[in-house]
Design a protein around this ligand. Structure first.
Ligand SMILES: *[C@@H]1O[C@H](CO)[C@@H](O)[C@H](O)[C@H]1NC(C)=O
Length: 220
């Protein structure tokens, strides 16, 4: 047996413990130290780093919050936080931020997408709800230029270059709280940012993760 084979074999064994670390265990929530409803979603990009949106970090005293991993099976303190200095609260451009965790999370992590998905690609938005259900909302992704064309409820003055969109397929569901991960082809393509539910022909707008890779890398 070569080493690669042994490694894949061990991975196969590890993945049979899915109940302990669920596949989408990279989905975390940011919540008050004293409990209460999560204020924002987030996603683990390595065992000590959570990606979320800047609006979550700019509008709250983040010292008062902790990160809940795996539906509260691990509650981790925030050691440091930062958000993109180019974040604009009015236009929502560069809506990206990072939390450094005080301890390693025992969960999966997700890779950043290299490129923005094409219009029509399938995606899923994940977020933990307060009652411990991992919500999964199916979306059809829409490229920045298509979303800014006016066909999806927004104009080119609203959908800017660090944004990407999605329409929600089931009109009874709604995009999760800000900072929730949008995943396509097992890669992180977005974080929920603004635009509402993403139903009725009006797209939900996400932070476009591929366009902010260099800020993310330089902030790790
Ligand atoms: C999450 O935690 C809550 C409260 O402890 C529990 O009721 C729920 O079943 C858990 N959800 C999952 C998916 O494990």
């Amino acid at each position: 047996m070569n080493q690669l084979f042994v490694f894949s074999f061990l991975l196969a064994i590890a993945s049979s413990y899915a109940a302990v670390v669920p596949a989408a265990s990279y989905v975390v929530s940011i919540q008050g130290k004293d409990g209460g409803a999560p204020i924002c979603g987030g996603v683990l990009i390595n065992e000590k780093t959570v990606l979320t949106t800047a609006q979550c970090l700019a509008s709250y005293d983040i010292e008062q919050f902790v990160v809940s991993v795996n539906n509260g099976s691990q509650i981790i303190k925030i050691a440091a936080h930062t958000f993109d200095a180019a974040f604009d609260f009015v236009t929502m451009e560069n809506n990206i931020g990072i939390l450094k965790l005080a301890k390693s999370a025992k969960a999966n992590v997700i890779k950043l997408a290299q490129e923005q998905p094409k219009t029509g690609a399938s995606g899923v938005i994940y977020s933990w709800s307060t009652n411990g259900i991992l919500n999964r909302v199916d979306v059809e992704l829409i490229s920045t230029s298509d979303c800014a064309s006016g066909d999806y409820g927004w104009s080119e003055d609203e959908v800017l270059k660090t944004m990407v969109c999605g329409s929600v397929k089931n009109s009874n569901t709604c995009v999760g709280r800000f900072g929730s991960p949008v995943v396509s082809d097992n890669k992180l393509v977005g974080l929920t940012s603004w635009g509402g539910c993403g139903t009725n022909g009006q797209a939900a707008v996400f932070t476009d993760v591929p366009s902010l890779r260099s800020w993310i890398k330089s902030s790790l």
